[in-house]
Design a protein around this ligand. Structure first.
Ligand code: MN
Length: 228
């Protein structure tokens, strides 16, 4: 049997300190996981359970590369996030075991068509076209030796600070997210979970230079490309 055409290989994530790369499987994203960010967009925090959306392989851009300005928006927003990579899969993982399923961590940007997201939200429509955007998931290399413990998370644009918070502000902890998400999906090696963004989101412009970081992780940088 032959394929009718070449299918793309999954994108890879560089791993700090090794030549080996991590093939990326699925990309799950947590919504409203910092109270001040939920408030700045006029949303209530969901106190019953975390909720999710997803991005596809077409979204992945490596840190250091140019990230395209998305078509179909005039309000393209940055969201700096802690990203967790799953190394050992599982279904109904219990919170006490969750961190043993983690391969490592990286800094990521969840770029968002905010205008589409807000109008879809108002009309009760899905978020896919706001979030699952080509070139909208910028990822720094993976660090294996890291333990989230209140480190600073920040994003600069053209040298000016825009987002500046602490991982201690996460509403749902990483074990809680992994445990809950694994009741809905059988987690697999290479799955990524973007854990939500702190307050300070705003629109980017073509040519903007974005620099993001979390203490203890490889930094992220990208330049926003020209609008199509
Ligand atoms: Mn986000």
């Amino acid at each position: 049997m032959t394929d009718l055409f070449d299918a793309p290989n999954p994108p890879r994530l560089a791993v700090v300190g090794t030549e080996a790369q991590m093939p990326i499987n699925r990309i799950f994203c947590v919504g409203r996981n910092y109270a001040k960010h939920a408030a700045e967009l006029g949303n209530e925090v969901q106190r019953d359970a975390p909720f999710y959306f997803t991005k596809s392989h077409h979204a992945v851009v490596k840190s250091g590369d140019t990230a395209p300005y998305a078509p179909g928006t005039v309000d393209y927003h940055h969201e700096i996030e802690l990203v967790v990579a799953i190394g050992k899969g599982g279904f109904r993982i219990i919170a006490a075991d969750a961190m043993a399923h983690v391969l490592g961590f990286c800094v990521g940007l969840d770029m968002t068509r905010r205008d589409l997201q807000q109008s879809n939200r108002t009309r009760g429509l899905p978020w896919d076209t706001a979030k699952d955007v080509e070139g909208s998931c910028i990822l720094a290399p993976l660090t294996r030796n890291f333990s989230p413990d209140g480190q600073r998370i920040h994003l600069n644009i053209n040298g000016q600070i825009r987002q500046d918070a602490s991982l201690s502000e996460l509403i749902w902890s990483l074990p809680e997210i992994i445990a809950h998400l694994s009741t809905l999906y059988t987690l697999q090696p290479g799955d990524l979970i973007m854990t939500g963004t702190p307050a300070g989101v705003s629109a980017v412009r073509p040519g903007d230079v974005l620099e993001g970081g979390i203490e203890g992780l490889a930094p992220l940088n990208t330049t926003i490309g020209q609008a199509p």
